[in-house]
Ligand binder design. Structure first.
Ligand SMILES: [Zn+2]
Ligand SMILES: [Zn+2]
Length: 274
């Protein structure tokens, strides 16, 4: 359990700023429709919520972009945040898949340095296909997470605010470590930002919001596709006011649960019948 009092004075404020930064930093990238997703890297969302009984998260990193590991707070391991949130999406379903998330660097793949400072979604997909030999299966789902140096490059050019990207229609996610590190000089906060970004991007690739999994209630932000209208949800696109954000972070810290998704989002995935 995380209690607010466990954080040093000033920590909560820093967390708020960091979380604000992180929530600005999502990019769910639509690929050009004319460019088909390779079959091996197409994500079958109906299968994910019907026949899949094992979910495995594979992580690779370039030197200097090592994911945070170890504890995020007291006895809570960093990567248990992502694991808990993936499990939460399936809680109460007839089939609750076994979720395998690495927790130590030795369980993640170190890849050679990449000679590029900016990453388009095409370049991210290309690297993922070089590293992993995806074997699509109706029973096992694999998700691929790349930790990279450099910045994401959108159609508008390099964007140093983007921490994480999910490639729509695929199980591929990229995290930009330089942006994570610049989000806060407090290591514990940067750890929180990294895991929360992973949870947000996993939410997208696993069908949220209205991105493959239909909504039970209307909580799609009309201005921001694939994002939740609930400003206390990790799938909210950005938090407008610091009081709302304070509440979001306080809920995270006070709660017994590490789950960052709002009830609306959880209701969608838990009741989805493909
Ligand atoms: Zn997003
Ligand atoms: Zn939500």
């Amino acid at each position: 359990m995380i209690n607010e009092r466990d954080f040093p004075k000033g920590m909560l404020f820093s967390l708020i700023l960091a979380a604000l930064f992180f929530l600005n930093g999502c990019s769910g990238e639509d690929r050009d429709d004319s460019e088909a997703i390779p079959e091996a890297l197409a994500l079958d969302i109906p299968a994910l919520y019907s026949t899949v009984d094992t979910i495995t998260v594979l992580v690779a990193y370039v030197p200097g972009a090592e994911p945070f590991t170890g504890m995020i707070h007291r006895d809570i391991a960093c990567w248990s945040v992502l694991e808990s949130n993936i499990e939460a999406l399936f809680e109460g379903r007839v089939l609750e898949p076994d979720v395998h998330v690495p927790s130590m660097l030795s369980e993640m793949e170190r890849i050679p340095p990449q000679e590029q400072d900016t990453w388009t979604s095409e370049a991210i997909m290309g690297l993922a296909m070089d590293i992993w030999d995806a074997q699509p299966s109706s029973f096992e789902a694999e998700f691929f997470v790349l930790f990279l140096k450099g910045r994401f490059e959108s159609e508008d050019g390099p964007d140093n605010r983007i921490i994480g990207v999910s490639i729509v229609g695929t199980p591929v996610i990229a995290i930009f470590k330089d942006t994570v590190l610049s989000s806060s000089s407090i290591p514990q906060v940067a750890r929180f930002v990294e895991q929360a970004t992973l949870v947000h991007e996993f939410g997208h690739v696993m069908g949220l919001v209205n991105n493959g999994v239909p909504m039970v209630s209307d909580h799609l932000d009309p201005e921001h596709p694939r994002h939740c209208t609930n400003n206390q949800c990790v799938m909210y696109w950005v938090n407008e006011g610091t009081s709302d954000m304070a509440e979001f972070v306080r809920r995270m810290i006070d709660s017994d649960s590490l789950v960052m998704f709002s009830e609306e989002c959880l209701e969608d995935t838990r009741s989805y019948l493909p």
